[in-house]
Design a protein around this ligand. Structure first.
Ligand SMILES: NC(=O)c1ccc[n+]([C@@H]2O[C@H](COP(=O)([O-])OP(=O)(O)OC[C@H]3O[C@@H](n4cnc5c(N)ncnc54)[C@H](O)[C@@H]3O)[C@@H](O)[C@H]2O)c1
Length: 433
């Protein structure tokens, strides 16, 4: 299979490695495309030498890449608000698409993708790696077994710590019109998990959200004055726990600091700026087609990183807690060594709670990424009994909760999904589970 990648930033490396290295015996990387020539060259130079090397194209030459290289599949790893343009153009040129999450960020762009998919019949895969984390697949396995009976309610909390969480307030993610806010950008993973775990989709959503922490007032209270527009030139950098030191990390320096003269993309903008438009504290209440309800919280400045989920069922409860740790983005906070832990508890009515052996795996995102790449790029991977691969339909349902939540935050009203879709002329089939 021939693959081309558009968007050669941080995330594309995982896909490049899978196509050009891990599964290179049956796949070929035929093209790379980006708006930034330096990131493009870094990526092309990292591809193992074969033939004449991989062809590179500037963003405006994307149509030329499609016509010259004729990729079977285009992998889309540009910022979220640009996904739809490349997804639609690739499908219209006859390629299938594999896109990073979120598939897109609002209903206008979603309609453009769904219309183009309907017209062309091309395949869209949304790479929801979280479904493949062994511990979360195990929850699906237990729910599929019927052990806790019918699921009536879900309580789901996701905690981003002040290293990982802060990173969403530095660059394009921090603008709602570029990422959809964290309820779309980040929670698309979580709402997709709930859709998949329950085998259902939301019918109504209400939400509340604020930016309570990543604000000038917090920086003032921490004595971070004066502040610059970015860490690199900030006079308070030496005393700021939120500093991202691009110079200190050769990979970040090469990818962003050394490439910023091309396009002005600053990777280390101040997380306390006034022009940030996304929330850092969000709560959502949703009702699903099965009648089950969801109560969800996302906090982006927690003292720890991880998740807690509990399924309430007619025969008992299933709970999972994952204390995860991030520490890759610089900053001064020490990674809490040895603190990572996962627990899954099955508590059937009338019995003592049982701690289960949690399924584990090696690799990024709790062991998810290598398992997912196997299913994506190895045609011999076999049938997946958990139905983890995600189409444009899954991609659409996974963003609908967050897009509706954004609307509810704006209006203070409950959003009814069928009316919301109809308002935008979108005919979205229910997923057949
Ligand atoms: N599934 C996951 O766990 C996961 C993790 C990280 C990122 N992501 C997703 O991957 C995507 C990329 O994220 P990232 O962190 O690599 O971002 P990034 O900013 O590091 O990279 C984006 C790249 O797109 C390029 N680009 C910008 N505008 C362009 C245009 N008009 N045409 C072509 N290229 C353009 C940029 O120059 C940059 O090289 C996002 O959609 C993000 O949500 C997913």
């Amino acid at each position: 299979m021939k693959y081309a990648i558009v968007g050669t930033g941080s995330r594309h490396k995982m896909f490049r490695g899978a196509v050009a290295e891990t599964y290179a015996d049956r796949n070929a990387l035929v093209g790379l495309c980006d708006i930034n020539e330096k990131r493009l060259a870094l990526s092309a130079n990292a591809v193992p030498a074969s033939g004449n090397g991989v062809a590179t194209y500037r963003a405006e030459d994307f149509p030329q890449m499609l016509s010259e290289q004729k990729p079977d599949t285009v992998i889309v790893t540009v910022p979220d608000y640009l996904h739809h343009d490349y997804i639609v153009e690739a499908m219209r040129a006859g390629s299938d698409v594999m896109t990073e999450k979120p598939m897109t960020i609002d209903l206008e762009k979603l309609k453009a993708i769904l219309d183009a998919q309907k017209e062309t019949g091309r395949k869209v895969t949304v790479t929801f790696n979280y479904r493949y984390t062994p511990a979360r697949t195990q929850l699906k396995d237990i729910l599929m077994s019927g052990a806790i009976g019918d699921v009536t309610a879900v309580s789901f909390r996701w905690y981003l710590d002040r290293v990982h969480g802060a990173d969403y307030f530095r660059r394009w993610h921090r603008y709602k019109d570029q990422s959809g806010g964290l309820l779309v950008h980040k929670s698309t993973h979580h709402f997709d998990l709930v859709n998949w775990w329950l085998g259902s989709s939301p019918v109504s959503v209400s939400a509340h959200g604020t930016r309570s922490f990543y604000r000038a007032e917090t920086a003032d209270a921490l004595g971070l004055n004066p502040r610059g527009p970015r860490c690199h030139s900030c006079q308070s950098a030496g005393s700021c726990d939120f500093r991202l030191d691009l110079e200190a990390d050769p990979a970040l320096k090469a990818l962003y600091l050394d490439a910023e003269d091309e396009d002005g993309y600053l990777r280390d903008r101040c997380v306390f700026d006034d022009d940030i438009t996304i929330e850092d504290t969000m709560q959502v209440q949703a009702v699903y087609g099965t009648g089950a309800s969801l109560n969800y919280t996302l906090c982006a400045y927690s003292p720890w990183e991880g998740l807690e989920v509990k399924f309430y069922g007619t025969k008992g409860e299933l709970s999972h807690r994952h204390v995860e740790v991030h520490g890759v983005f610089g900053g001064k906070r020490e990674k809490a060594a040895g603190s990572e832990s996962m627990t899954t508890t099955l508590h059937l009515a009338g019995q003592q709670p049982r701690q289960l052996d949690v399924w584990e795996g090696e690799g990024d995102h709790g062991g998810a990424d290598p398992v997912m790449l196997g299913y994506l790029f190895d045609p011999d991977a076999g049938e997946d009994r958990y139905g983890r691969s995600s189409s444009h339909i899954d991609g659409a349902w996974s963003i609908l909760t967050g897009i509706a939540a954004n609307r509810s935050i704006e209006t203070g009203e409950t959003v009814h999904i069928d009316e919301f879709l109809a308002e935008h002329g979108i005919d979205l089939p229910q997923k057949e589970w």
